[in-house]
Ligand binder design. Structure first.
Ligand SMILES: [Zn+2]
Length: 97
């Protein structure tokens, strides 16, 4: 593998990493926001717990689905697991950053 490939892989990983961080932030925000809506029916109107639970379940499922698609090694498509700052792919050993 030459230097250009290394740079392209690092750029692709960086893009995936940024998308993943954004997805975590959005998922956390939505889950917290649903909690606030539940606690403050005076401001947001009364939603039943089952509706809010259903909405949160959809957010979480969407987040898991997004992660399964996005959080992969750019070279071998191996899922990268829980470490957002992973340096090497555990399967093919490609340097990611
Ligand atoms: Zn890999």
């Amino acid at each position: 593998m030459n230097r250009d490939d290394d740079i392209r892989i690092a750029q692709e990983f960086r893009k995936r990493q940024n998308r993943q961080i954004l997805a975590v932030a959005i998922a956390l925000f939505l889950v917290l926001f649903a909690g606030v809506v539940h606690k403050r029916p005076d401001i947001f109107g009364a939603f039943s717990s089952s509706v809010l639970f259903g909405v949160q379940a959809v957010f979480i499922a969407a987040f898991i689905g997004f992660t399964a698609m996005n959080w992969r090694c750019p070279v071998c498509r191996n899922h990268l697991g829980g470490d957002i700052n992973r340096r090497l792919c555990s399967k093919c050993g490609t340097r990611l950053q």
